[in-house]
Write a protein that binds this ligand. Sequence first.
Ligand SMILES: C[S@@+](CC[C@H](N)C(=O)[O-])C[C@H]1O[C@@H](n2cnc3c(N)ncnc32)[C@H](O)[C@@H]1O
Length: 406
Amino acid sequence: MASDLPPPYTALTRHPMMPHTSHDEAARFNFLTHFNRFLSGPLGSGNKLAYEKRALPAFREQHGRDPEHRYEIREAMNRDNWHRMWSAMKRNSMEMRQHNGRQVVLRQLEELGEKAGQLIEMAGNLELDQSVEQPHYQTAVDIHCQPGGYHSEELPGDVSAGANYDVGIFATTGGALGGLNDGGGQAVVEWLRRERPDWQPRRVLDIGATVGHNAVPIAQAFPDAEVIAIDTAGASLRYGAARAAAMGIDNIRFVQASGEDLSRWADEHFDWVQTTMFLHELSSKAMPRLLKEAHRVLAPGGLIFHIEQPQYSDEMPLYEQFMRDWDAFNNNEPFWSAMHALDLKQVMEGAGFPRDCQFTAGVRAVVDPEIFPPSPDEGEEDFGRAAIWNAYGAWKPNLGEQARAA
Ligand SMILES: C[S@@+](CC[C@H](N)C(=O)[O-])C[C@H]1O[C@@H](n2cnc3c(N)ncnc32)[C@H](O)[C@@H]1O
């Protein structure tokens, strides 16, 4: 029988930059890992019951019809005591995760900063640019309850934002991204190997890379490629550069730049532009600007690939849309709801990618076999333990090649 329990927090892979956790700190993360699984599993299913047995009948009684929008379901469910309790606990789990992560990191801030400084100096893999402004959509709120967001600094050379992100994401995701929290990047590589086995990108741009969780596996998979991981947040990039150096990765550079302004790179410079769980943290004005820039720097025949949670569509039940929208209203994700309701194909078309070169694919995080050892009765099936995303991508048309072929 497959176990429904998440792996223990101690299954996290401890690369040399990972903050040290005491027994009690690890125990708190362990509790949170299990608490999150409990909230999304047994307790989460109580929301559906609450909807079907109470909120929906009450809505029908009042309006004489079914809800027509996810926001109508939200309004109805926000009156339901079970949903309110579940929602409060889920919000609290995010706050506890951030609180524990911050405590872990702040007590060893100087030590982490020194270690990062030495690794970065040896590797020479970090380029910070103080003229890069933090976009307002990153500073307006503490995104997913992360105090100070991805960019705030406690002291010069600070790595606390990145270190906190790295030390706690395992608890938030129940280990579903693997020991190095890189299951998304590994999944992208797997997809590409299946799709274009012989393709060898030379220059890769990862926009909004944070600490490089998902850019590093790309660099590892294509050791002859040059991978540029950009982000606006220096405090996250510093940690990411030190982490990559500590892991011995030498073909990735961490550069402070905004995806909205890629002017330091020439037209058609990259063969591959990647974003992972990034677009939903932009704004409705920033996203089209950024995609136009991505189109400009992408070479003909190159790949643009975005990993995201699935977009809402007419085929997705309204109840599921309501549940997926939770983060927008309770977890400081202001663009989440609007972004997931967009027709991404249309947005990508507006940025220059014709519809017929676009595609959507399902991508499943690569489950770490050391964390989730397959048991004999499971076979290849992972019983839903890996995170599942959609990929929204396009191969940029190579008009020159097409003209020559015609
Ligand atoms: C959810 S995280 C992305 C996670 C990351 N891609 C990964 O694979 O682990 C969003 C990141 O985007 C960065 N960011 C936000 N706006 C940006 C922009 N305009 N240009 C570059 N990075 C940006 C934030 O600082 C943050 O680190």
